[in-house]
Design a protein around this ligand. Structure first.
Ligand code: SAM
Length: 280
């Protein structure tokens, strides 16, 4: 089926899809690579896949060809919609195109009978904003059972970091580690994209934890913001703006007042957040 569609470079030329930097457009034309990403999100039989930023549709084709029952593709660039409609015509009833902003799209909303997944070569300018939004949802576990996403390598390293990787460990690591199990699957060289970005990319898998440590989300956000906002300082200093006595919070969380943010694991931040929530 995928072979019956015109080559992606022809699609881009015919629809005038010159990549726009402002939309984070770095397209993938290599069918081996798009197939590999789609298989990493699989097995897809019976699955509904949300794809963010399908662009000309390289990964969209791979997801459908790998057997996704349905792909819901959210694209902001109106120039791409006609190209995507051609793919929809090849896979009747299996591709739903949503023209709009992914930041306003609720990934828990699509109706689905089998598993619901998110798979995307994300626009880098909003990749962490999207991931944070999906993970900060009040209800947990979410409807989706896996994220398979392309990020800049540096962001991927922050997602999977623990206190053992101090330079990369930060707020995003704590949020991801609290609610998901995250791992880097493979790297993708800049040469695989058109145009090539300046940096190496990585495909990351995040699987939601069924039962994350019980924690007040708003308090966790405040605590990690304060702690990593001044990451070189000791926590007894960096937690001062929280409206609670930092020494009492640290004592309640069994954390040394001289510790720094980058030394505290997810469990420690959860204890601190719960201590803050209880102090109010
Ligand atoms: N999936 C295509 C591929 O792999 O060749 C394109 C990936 S490109 C890195 C990112 C895509 O996200 C572009 O098509 C861009 O137009 C789209 N995009 C950028 N910002 C968006 C937003 N806020 N909502 C939805 N799509 C967006």
């Amino acid at each position: 089926m995928i072979e019956a569609l015109p080559p992606l470079r022809d699609v881009v030329a015919r629809h005038g899809l010159a990549p726009k930097k402002s939309l984070g457009q770095n397209f993938l034309f290599d069918l081996n690579l798009t197939g590999r990403i789609a298989r990493a999100a699989g097995p897809l039989a019976g699955a509904t896949v949300i794809e963010i930023g399908p662009g000309p549709g390289g990964l969209t084709r791979a997801l459908l060809s790998e057997g996704a029952a349905r792909v819901v593709a959210v694209e902001r660039d109106e120039r791409c919609i006609a190209a995507l409609e051609e793919i929809a015509a090849h896979y009747p009833g299996r591709l739903e195109i949503v023209a709009g902003d992914a930041l306003a799209f609720d990934p828990n909303a699509p109706a689905h009978e089998g598993p619901l997944r998110i798979c995307a070569n994300l626009p880098y300018n909003i990749s962490t904003a999207l991931l944070t939004r999906w993970l900060e949802t009040p209800g947990w576990p979410p409807q989706w059972d896996r994220l398979t996403l392309m990020f800049q390598r540096e962001v991927a390293e922050r997602i999977v970091a623990t206190p053992a990787n101090r330079a990369a460990y930060g707020r995003l690591s704590v949020l991801c580690g609290w609610r998901t199990q995250a791992r880097i699957l493979f790297d993708v060289s800049p040469a695989a994209f058109t145009p090539p970005p300046k940096v190496v990319s990585s495909v990351v898998e995040l699987v939601p934890r069924a039962a994350p440590l019980p924690c007040d989300l708003a308090a966790l956000t405040r605590v990690t913001q304060a702690a990593f906002g001044q990451r070189r300082k000791m926590l007894r200093q960096s937690l001062k703006g929280l409206g609670a006595d930092p020494l009492a919070l640290l004592d309640a969380a069994s954390i040394a007042p001289t510790a720094r943010a980058e030394e505290i694991d997810v469990g420690g931040f959860v204890r601190l957040a719960n201590a803050l929530a209880a102090s109010r």
